[in-house]
Design a protein around this ligand. Structure first.
Ligand code: SOE
Length: 403
């Protein structure tokens, strides 16, 4: 008898859609032991809410997220809201005994992330974070290859998440408001590649050696009041045509890994020509790997143990062999391709597996794991603002972001 789990989603924008799609698809493609019931969606915009609920198959909808979070009808709370409310919503859900899955980054600030991780310790509910790129088959395979020693000791990691939607014509949406987002491209995109590098290499970042934080576009157009994206201090700026962007457009930093290797990280929303190029290259003493989200079904592999005469970069189609390539068995025949949305459905499948007492295909990040990524993000900003190296083991107080 398949049991079911009642889910409440908070948030109905981009991630609300991505998560809704995942919960609606997962039971169709995966043999789940717990069937997800899309019970309630909570969002601020009452006029859009009923259409969203009907379109995506949520049974109930409300503008008050505290209702479903406190309801004994709900088992799992899915948080797809702006970064500054992750902590309040997640901690309320944990307090109410719910399982919680939260969008990345874990929080807008390190202090909030630390509070979430503390609340998760000993809580009845399990916690998860939507670092969905771990479940892109190519990244999951890279994780397995490194764990199996396929590239040996890691010398270098080069990670860049290059987008270009943040140009001067982009208005002051919440992602450019520091009191809401916490940071700009840094918390949005470096969060992904820091998590991915930790996941693939199995190593931690132990020191940020140096960092640059930069805002190229300092003023952005203010959205009209009521759009849901107006400036959080709306009244203070009502009537103005532009207002300051209070986050970075780009953060770059250099780091040392726990295995002794060196790493570079770059996140920007102004990489003209690239739209969602999450790129990772890893060089070891037995081989190398390279990945680009804009070619997400392929993984580059260089095998130094191969025959000297035929050595070279191999491009693995990671949607070809269901018995070797993670998640493929649930989807389509060889080389039919998977996309961005499938990574979320793959994650929904692993979350349901864990809640049913089974194992995920590859490790799932919980709040404690995601806190390590948040600590690296914080260390990079402290390093950038103080122009000195920061060891994760002794994060200096103050002079960092208001966390
Ligand atoms: C915008 O940068 C964004 O939507 C991120 O917030 C997502 O996490 C990423 O997957 C795609 O780009």
């Amino acid at each position: 008898m398949i049991d079911h789990i009642n889910i409440a989603l908070i948030g109905s924008k981009f991630m609300g859609r991505a998560h809704s799609n995942a919960w609606s698809q997962v039971g169709k493609f995966f043999d789940v032991s717990l069937r997800p019931t899309m019970h309630t969606v909570a969002a601020r915009n009452a006029t859009e809410l009923s259409d969203f609920a009907e379109r995506w198959g949520w049974k109930h909808s409300t503008t008050d997220w505290r209702g479903p979070v406190g309801s004994d009808q709900i088992d799992l709370v899915d948080i797809a809201t702006p970064n500054n409310v992750h902590a309040e919503q997640a901690m309320a859900a944990l307090e109410a005994g719910k399982h919680v899955i939260c969008e990345k980054p874990l929080a807008a600030t390190l202090a909030d992330a630390e509070g979430m991780a503390r609340a998760a310790e000993g809580a009845a509910g399990k916690t998860f974070v939507w670092f969905n790129y771990r479940r892109v088959p190519a990244i999951a395979l890279a994780h397995r290859l490194v764990a199996a020693g396929a590239i040996g000791r890691v010398y270098h990691v080069r990670a860049a998440y290059l987008q270009s939607w943040g140009g001067p014509s982009t208005p002051l949406v919440w992602r450019f408001q520091g009191d809401v987002a916490g940071s700009g491209a840094h918390g949005d995109l470096n969060a992904h590649i820091v998590d991915a590098v930790r996941f693939i290499t199995g190593e931690e970042i132990v020191t940020v050696e140096g960092a640059i934080e930069h805002t190229f576009i300092r003023e952005r157009a203010v959205l009209e009041f009521g759009s849901g994206q107006e400036i959080s201090g709306g009244g203070a700026t009502s009537g103005r045509k532009t207002a300051p962007s209070t986050v970075d457009d780009a953060v770059l930093f250099l780091a040392r890994l726990s295995g002794g290797g060196l790493a570079s990280f770059e996140a920007t929303r102004l990489a003209t020509g690239y739209h969602n190029a999450n790129r990772i290259e890893i060089h070891g003493d037995r081989g190398a790997l390279r990945f680009d989200l804009e070619r997400m079904n392929h993984l580059g592999f260089y095998d130094l143990d191969g025959d000297g005469g035929t050595q070279g970069w191999t491009t693995i189609d990671v949607t070809r062999a269901a018995d070797h390539h993670p998640y493929l068995a649930a989807w389509w025949p060889p080389s039919h391709g998977l996309g961005y949305e499938h990574s979320f459905t793959n994650q929904a499948s692993d979350v349901l597996a864990v809640l049913a007492g089974q194992s995920p295909v590859v490790p799932l990040p919980d709040f404690a794991d995601a806190l390590e990524t948040q600590r690296v993000l914080h260390a990079a900003i402290v390093s950038a603002r103080n122009h000195f190296p920061v060891s994760l083991s002794d994060l200096p107080e103050a002079k960092g972001p208001q966390s």
